[in-house]
Design a protein around this ligand. Structure first.
Ligand code: SF4
Length: 344
């Protein structure tokens, strides 16, 4: 049976192949730190070990189908991967003057079915394993020259991370491993659509990994339309879980708010959001919508986005208006895969 190496940490690699601990670390370093998936290039391993790895192991579970770079978006690039069973997932690298951020997927498709999301439209297929999640980051970083700067990671691609809880947690540990990318916990954010059970479990994790909740609406009527999960966990239930999380961990969390023209961008919407954000001292990340054809939503004009942010700031809520990036490469989650499925 072939051993998949990327879901394993250094000790697990050594144990599963009956190797010395240092050999497990060497192999892990090649895969995660140097993003080398060709055993023959792992030059500090003996010839015999390289031969054995080639015969018994798989270095990678993903195959890169397409990498689209956006000339208009300062090097934002989006990758589409094929998995061993033929399914596809996508992930995005967003470049900023300050930092590089990788947006990773945790599931093939998504069952949450948010009204404005291309991934939700395609339905849910399966969970990704920890190696399939981490490899997205490894491939995106392959030709990047980040030097000492480690990237930020956001679990905000395809899927609801808390519906694939254990694999998400394991993948975070792999990304943080010092023999690999060594990404600091505070540079990693898990974004949930409001899976209350996941928020409760996440509160007990002993680390500083950040939490964000995709709110998009601050009253039940609108939120149920936009995020159907709200039927199961209405806003007051969600807010209780968030308040408990903040009290238990002492960590500040973030609300994500996709700005949709004429839907959730009015002064009244801002008022309602201010009410919720103030209760749990949340920061707010405003994201102008990245249009998906056929779904009937559009981003508000820039001045309305700015007015929305200003209303929050004036009320003392720390808000950022993210510049939408990558429209020309279909960088909204699930769009590239949808196109691929339509043309396959
Ligand atoms: S926005 Fe996120 S949670 Fe909602 S359907 Fe899309 S992938 Fe799922």
């Amino acid at each position: 049976m072939t051993t998949q190496l990327t879901p394993l940490n250094p000790a697990e690699i050594a144990e599963s192949l009956n190797l010395k601990p240092f050999q497990g670390k060497q192999i892990f370093r090649w895969l995660h730190q140097k993003q080398v998936f060709d055993f023959d290039r792992m030059s500090d391993l003996s010839k015999d070990l390289r031969k054995r790895l080639t015969e018994e192991c798989a270095a990678s579970q993903l195959e890169l189908v397409r990498m689209s770079a956006s000339p208009r978006s300062n090097g934002t690039k989006k990758a589409l991967f094929r998995l061993a069973d033929g399914e596809t997932v996508e992930s995005v690298l967003i470049r900023d003057r300050e930092r590089t951020t990788l947006c990773l997927s945790t599931q093939v498709g998504c069952a949450v079915k948010c009204a404005f999301c291309a991934t939700g439209l395609s339905g849910y297929t399966r969970n990704l394993n920890p190696g399939e999640i981490v490899e997205q980051a490894l491939y995106l970083l392959q030709d990047e020259k980040l030097g000492e700067k480690t990237p930020n990671i956001v679990y905000m691609g395809m899927g609801e991370p808390f519906r694939n809880y254990d694999a998400t947690i394991k993948s975070i540990k792999l990304l943080m491993a010092p023999e690999g990318l060594g990404i600091g916990a505070r540079r990693i954010t898990v974004s949930t659509a409001g899976e209350v059970k996941g928020i409760e479990r996440f509160a007990s994790e002993e680390w500083q990994v950040r939490l964000s909740v995709s709110l998009h609406a601050a009253n039940d009527e609108l939120r149920t339309k936009l995020v159907p999960l709200n039927k199961k966990y209405p806003i007051e239930v969600l807010m209780k879980a968030i308040r408990d999380y903040v009290e238990q961990t002492g960590r500040q969390m973030t609300f994500e708010w996709t700005l949709l023209d004429g839907v959730n961008d009015s002064p009244q919407d801002a008022e309602e959001l201010i009410g919720l954000a103030t209760r749990v001292k949340a920061m707010v990340n405003l994201i102008p919508y990245n249009p998906v054809s056929g779904l009937g939503f559009a981003p508000p004009p820039l001045d309305r986005c700015q007015a929305f942010r200003d209303a929050l700031e004036e009320a003392g809520v720390n808000a950022t208006l993210r510049r939408e990036r990558g429209q020309d490469i279909d960088a909204a989650c699930g769009q590239l895969r949808r196109q691929h499925l339509a043309t396959a």
